[in-house]
Design a protein around this ligand. Structure first.
Ligand code: GDP
Length: 297
């Protein structure tokens, strides 16, 4: 289960605090040490952990929490609030174009869940907004990628614009956007190529697609299971493409939680959705407060 180890350790630290009749400075120091270790163990970025612990400690000391009623309970609340803030405070909605179509570009490493997430997003838009999305198949490096997108699209009854694998992806996107305009599609979702690692050539291609398509939303799809690598990947993509949002996938797996807690702080970009399974309905809006409660258990 996601966050299992972290939740257990944080709960233990809080429980220990609750059992004290009176919370001393030394108890607080000990709790902070336990929180710090729990976060590091969960693969949260080192700098993020340092800042987080510092903020909690300042609030807990500054507000004279220790002298007040239920100090343990107040510290739990401070941890909860700071955890929420760390992950972005509030849910951030998908950007929308003033005139149709809204163009969404999906980017990410191979296997992160780009194509699946593109499908989930289209499914969501269809159900919630009665939208008529169009996919553009811009991954020309793996023939299987187009087949996979087609399968996903068929399962949710969404059309795919594709030109096989012998056409320049920028050209495919140009023609796909023209087709979307002609058909009055209100959303265009561009599925781009991924690689196993960030490389210059891929980044240049994505930058060229961005330049042409002027997307309203560049959604970076990252695999939550990859921890600090997910954070480094996010930074790499963001440096080159200035992404507008992040989708964290595979949160139904047993991720330790580092990516969920570090990405916002490190990149400054909001997590907009989380993937919690392989099915089309397994995409949820990311609510930092709910995630904080889930982590604290
Ligand atoms: P892409 O290469 O980035 O397009 O990745 P895919 O969309 O092909 O996804 C790679 C694998 O991850 C597939 O087997 C998906 O079913 C799986 N996957 C994607 N998102 C999730 C998720 O949120 N949870 C789980 N458990 N699996 C996912």
């Amino acid at each position: 289960m996601a966050f299992e180890g972290l939740t257990e350790r944080l709960q233990k630290a809080m429980e220990k605090l609750r059992r004290k009749p009176k919370v001393t400075e030394a108890d607080l120091r000990e709790t902070m040490r336990e929180i710090r270790l729990a976060l590091l163990e969960a693969d949260v970025n080192f700098t993020v952990v340092k800042d987080f612990v510092k903020k909690v400690r300042t609030k807990a000391t500054g507000a004279e929490v220790l002298k007040g009623l239920n100090p343990a309970q107040q510290i739990v609340k401070i941890v909860n609030d700071e955890l929420t803030e760390l992950m972005g405070s509030e849910a951030v909605a998908l950007n929308k174009a003033p005139h149709i179509p809204t163009v969404i570009m999906m980017v990410g490493l191979q296997g992160a869940g780009k194509t699946t997430t593109a499908g989930k997003l289209a499914y969501r838009l269809k159900n919630e907004d009665h939208a008529r999305p169009l996919f553009i198949a811009a991954d020309v490096y793996r023939p299987a990628a187009i087949t996979q997108l087609q399968q996903v699209a068929d399962s949710i009854d969404v059309p795919v614009f594709e030109k096989g694998t012998d056409v320049d992806p920028v050209e495919i996107v140009r023609e796909g956007l023209a087709a979307a305009k002609a058909n009055h599609n209100d959303y265009v979702i561009i599925d781009t190529a991924g690689r196993l690692q960030i490389d210059e050539q891929l980044m240049d291609e994505l930058a060229n697609i961005k330049e042409l398509a002027q997307p309203n939303e560049i959604l970076l799809v990252v695999d939550a299971m990859t921890g600090q690598n997910a954070v480094a990947t996010a930074q790499g993509f963001d440096d080159k493409l200035d992404v507008t949002g992040v989708v964290l996938t595979k949160l139904d797996g047993d991720t330790r939680g580092g990516a969920a807690m570090s990405i916002r702080a490190v990149t400054g970009k909001p997590i907009k959705f989380v993937g919690e399974g392989e099915k089309m309905e397994n995409l949820d809006v990311f609510h930092p407060d709910r995630m904080a409660s889930r982590i604290l258990g």
